[in-house]
Design a protein around this ligand. Structure first.
Ligand code: ADP
Ligand code: ASP
Ligand code: MG
Length: 467
């Protein structure tokens, strides 16, 4: 059971989370609990680290952020735990923040923030939330036991976005977590963080979902539950379309495409460990635990509408690479892709013509270096502030005329690159960022006005648009 930031954002949320976990235990299940940092804490820790490294003698702004975070954690603890347990919890929290303050002072002196130090700073979010949640569970009669995620989630040393070592994690799980389960305890650990040779690493933003999947996969769990602040995977981001519908069942492939192309509800790496072991993944709402959520499985039912959901990924850049000689001459694509590989930059979409190749990327930091290298091969043009819109559904396969329907729905929008077929279950294209939400709304109206009740939950719509 993985609980996201909003599911542990304050004492009331942690109470709800405890109730949900207690319910699972009462049903005779043996949960392992993974928690994110309290909501917004990761952003604030990153801001704190940035302020410290930019200090130029003034480290106060950074220390102030740390001090506000200290108060929030101490207050939350005080609302959840009482007596000697609270005393020892407050000691733990204060000790953690004392060492965070030390770190901030160190960074301010050096005026430099390495990815390694940044990972250490953000790790406090999950380390603290998991300790508070453990104490709150114990106070409520759940036999919780805290596990330091850094002893279990063993990774390489790619700070900021480390790659987990799955066989090593399985071994660590059987040493550190399995015995607790066998003793009837509920292990509680922070998501997102790990370690390489005892040095703290992180799995990248949103990585607690990934921790949930690694632990669920490594323990051969019966199910992986991702508890968040919406009723499940919706037909699009409900912040863009308030009348988005819950998708009841979706395939591993569809969910993976959606996550990769921007649906924040799931971290893109969450699906793989589940697929490998064929473990169903549930996306559930901790504010509405009675709702049945979305289940991601290998065998979802077929659906009358071609698409299950629309994702949008913003802040992308299109790079047009124009060769003076014939581009597709043998070996040229390799040279181009080698440049992206060298700078660890993932490409989202590619299209080619005789003399040019266009790619889209979401990394900004690497762009100057990539540009310098590509310029040695060809003329290069960058266009920022683009968004990728991706429609996903297994049932696109074999249906004719879908592309026509998609592009007539967005005929008022300037469409740049188009791609269909790479996976057979997605259709994607690029637009200007400021037109992206309108395009999503137009597509949502076009494809989800008469949804198939076997696949989509129509109740949400009844609430959003009263008849
Ligand atoms: P958590 O902190 O629990 O990990 P996130 O904020 O990472 O939660 O993810 C949940 C959010 O994802 C939702 O509040 C919603 O705005 C957004 N989201 C984007 N696309 C979708 C989608 N297709 N279905 C559901 N939620 C989505
Ligand atoms: N706390 C981390 C983040 O905000 C990881 C997560 O919540 O999934 O990115
Ligand atoms: Mg998340």
């Amino acid at each position: 059971m993985k609980f996201g930031g909003t599911s542990v954002e304050d004492a009331a949320a942690i109470e709800r989370t405890a109730g949900i976990v207690a319910g699972r235990v009462a049903r005779g299940l043996q949960p392992v609990v993974i928690v994110s940092a309290m909501s917004k804490v990761t952003d604030q820790l990153l801001a704190c680290a940035a302020a410290a490294s930019a200090a130029r003698g003034d480290r106060e702004p950074a220390l102030e952020i740390a001090s506000r975070l200290r108060v929030r954690h101490l207050d939350t603890a005080a609302q959840l735990v009482a007596g000697p347990a609270l005393e020892s919890l407050h000691e733990d929290i204060n000790r953690a923040f004392d060492s965070l303050d030390e770190l901030v002072r160190g960074i301010a002196i050096l005026g430099e923030l390495t990815p390694r130090t940044s990972d250490l700073i953000v790790s406090y979010g999950e380390r603290l939330s998991s300790v508070i949640v453990t104490a709150a569970f114990l106070q409520r009669g759940i036999e919780a036991a805290h596990v330091d995620a850094r002893e279990v989630i063993l990774t390489d040393n790619h700070f900021g976005k480390a790659t987990p070592d799955e066989p090593a994690i399985e071994r660590a799980l059987s040493l550190e977590v399995l015995p607790l389960l066998q003793a009837g305890k509920v292990p509680v650990m922070g998501g997102f963080i790990g370690s390489h040779n005892e040095v703290t690493t992180t799995l990248g933003r949103g990585g607690s979902d990934y921790t949930g999947a690694l632990v669920g996969g490594g323990l051969h769990a019966g199910a992986i539950e991702i508890w968040t602040d919406v009723n499940g995977i919706m037909t699009t981001d409900p912040r863009i379309c308030p009348d988005a519908l819950r998708v009841r069942t979706i395939s591993f492939e569809e969910a993976a495409e959606l996550a990769y192309f921007g649906a924040k509800v799931l971290h893109p790496a969450t699906i793989l460990p589940a697929v490998q072991k064929n473990i169903p993944v549930w996306v559930l709402n901790s504010r509405n635990p009675g709702n049945e959520g979305t289940v991601i499985t290998a065998m979802p039912p077929s659906c009358a509408s071609p698409f299950k959901s629309i994702a949008v990924k913003k802040r992308l850049t299109i790079i047009d690479i124009v060769a003076s000689r014939m581009l597709l001459a043998h070996g040229f694509l390799k040279l181009v892709f080698d440049v992206f590989d060298k700078h660890h930059c993932a490409i989202d979409m590619v299209s080619t013509s005789e003399v040019s190749i266009s790619v889209t990327v979401d990394s900004r930091e690497a762009l100057p270096a990539i540009s310098a290298d590509l310029s040695k091969l060809a003329d290069v043009k960058f266009e920022g502030n683009k968004a990728l819109i991706c429609l996903v559904g297994e049932d696109i396969r074999g249906q004719s005329g879908i592309a026509g329907e998609v592009f007539s729905a967005v005929s008022h929008v300037n469409v740049r690159m188009i791609s269909q077929g790479a996976s057979e279950i997605n259709m994607s294209f690029m637009v200007n960022e400021e037109e992206a939400e309108e395009a999503v709304r137009a597509l949502h109206r076009r494809f989800f006005s008469q949804p198939d009740p076997a696949v989509f939950d129509l109740e949400a719509r009844a609430v959003a648009t009263p008849v």
